[in-house]
Ligand binder design. Structure first.
Ligand code: UDP
Ligand code: UDP
Length: 439
């Protein structure tokens, strides 16, 4: 009997943090294909194509690129991915809005493809629902968030008023949040004319009219929140995580012959271990000079080994000479973070609380020091610190800066002592569940 062929179209948002888990989803779908009964077409733009192709190498996925508009006044020419945006926090809205200009090319390409069974497109690409409707197939939304943050947002949008006074989340009264835990666009004083608020509204509306929603999470990780979502929403949540590529990726890399210098450095740190900070140097993080220096000084004072991928930025003031062998600064635009976290010398992750990074840390059983900066990262921090208890968290001063003393102390706590043992026990148990979920 001939099997019915399934053709899935995937359209990730134009940022690395959204592409990485969705491309893993593409791999997973294809790994379930027997004799070509599942085919996958991934949409992107010309400048993102090399990254997509590299991530899907060795698979039979088809990649189609459609041009990104090059006439948006705010967006520098040649920028098609958020990590290349000079000021993400102010350009996110015009950049995302501009993706709608891709709609007609997208639909033309869709019409030339074999019959599409369904589409999975990023929640940020709200307009793709219209395309799916026109062409007559279902659309599932991909959210690169977890269920906890989404549920808290859902439950609280209009209720948090004060910057500093914590408010309980009605459905989860043990969780307290403040206004500063959310992105600014949600509290626009003039929502009807605010482009950021309007964009969120379009995305939420399009999501609620779609046929389902995919979370990069797994049931054992946040059962309370997943259950809330199932009860409250008409949209069925699919929990398909962890989409970290962790296990596939490990197999891929075995044949790597030449060890990089940072890998050798990590090998030498097996005794004492090291911490990996990913905050402050990501192009996402628009962090103050002052905060950057406090982090460096905190790492210096902690006396703990650290490996820091710096993407071209400098700290100066003799920092590197002072820390010597204890700290390795890797100057590279892109080092696969998973390769680093996987190394047995890595015993702690000073993390900006991007959801992919947190999932990766859990999959590799690395305890976390939460240093949330933007987006829904403060809510993610609540999940890993208070609910899962796999993370410690830094506390900022009233001026919003985390001081070197605080950083040094928390880094030490993460690496040794009773607290470190407790965090490690917890992260190991979630890491096992992650592996089980993936299998
Ligand atoms: N990133 C990087 N080099 C690249 C692309 C991305 O260092 O060539 C980092 C970036 O700094 C950020 C992360 O990858 O820390 C993900 O960025 P993305 O643009 O995906 O952000 P998102 O919109 O998903 O938050
Ligand atoms: N990443 C990486 N190398 C880098 C910077 C980032 O491999 O130099 C990856 C990281 O492993 C994760 C993604 O980029 O998969 C970032 O996603 P996350 O949700 O953690 O952060 P954000 O998108 O908010 O920057």
């Amino acid at each position: 009997m001939e099997l019915e062929k399934v053709h899935v179209v995937l359209f990730p948002y134009l940022s690395k943090g959204h592409m990485i888990p969705m491309l893993q989803l593409a791999r997973l779908l294809l790994s379930h294909s027997y004799a070509g009964d599942i085919s996958v077409t991934v949409f992107t733009t010309p400048l993102n194509r090399p990254f997509v192709a590299h991530s899907l190498s060795g698979t039979k996925a088809t990649i189609v690129d459609v041009p990104f508009p090059n006439n948006v006044p705010e967006i520098p020419y040649g920028v098609e991915c958020t990590d290349k945006l000079p000021a993400l926090s102010s350009l996110f809205v015009p950049f995302t809005r501009a993706t709608k200009s891709m709609q007609s090319d997208f639909e033309r390409e869709l019409m030339s493809l074999p019959r599409v069974s369904f589409m999975v497109s990023d929640g940020f690409l709200w307009w793709t629902l219209e395309s799916a409707r026109k062409l007559g197939f279902p659309r599932l939304v991909f959210l690169s968030m977890n269920c906890a943050s989404t549920s808290i947002l859902d439950s609280l949008l209009s209720k948090v008023k004060s910057e500093t006074e914590p408010v309980s989340v009605p459905e989860f009264p043990w969780i307290k949040v403040r206004k500063c835990d959310f992105v600014k666009d949600m509290f626009s004083p003039k929502p009807s004319t605010d482009p950021g608020f309007k964009l969120i509204l379009d995305q939420v509306t399009s999501m609620s009219q779609s046929q389902g929603i995919i979370f990069n999470t797994f049931d054992d990780l946040e059962p309370v929140f997943i259950d809330f979502y199932k009860r409250k929403r008409e949209l069925k949540p699919w929990t398909l995580g962890p989409l970290c590529d962790v296990y596939n990726f490990l197999e891929d890399e075995v044949e790597e012959k030449v060890k990089s210098s940072w890998m050798k450095w990590l090998d030498e740190k097996r005794d004492k271990g090291c911490i990996v900070p990913n905050v402050a140097f990501g192009s996402q993080a628009e962090i103050s000079r002052e905060q950057l220096e406090e982090i460096a000084l905190g790492l210096e004072d902690s006396k703990v080994n650290f490996l820091w991928v710096v993407k071209g930025k400098e700290i100066g003031n003799g920092f590197e000479e002072r820390v010597g062998e204890r700290g390795l600064m890797v100057r590279d635009e892109w080092v696969d973070q998973r390769k680093i976290l996987e190394h047995e010398s890595v015993r702690g992750f000073l993390c900006h609380c991007g959801w992919n990074s947190l999932m990766e840390s859990i999959c590799f059983k690395v305890p976390i020091l939460a240093f949330p900066l933007a987006a829904e990262q403060h809510l993610n921090a609540i999940l890993v610190v208070e609910e899962l208890r796999v993370a410690e968290r830094v506390v900022a001063t009233r001026e919003g800066v985390v001081r070197r003393e605080e950083i040094a102390q928390k880094v030490k706590e993460l690496m040794e002592g009773e607290r470190a043992k407790e965090l490690r026990r917890n992260v190991e148990s979630y890491g096992k569940m992650a592996k089980k979920a993936l299998e």
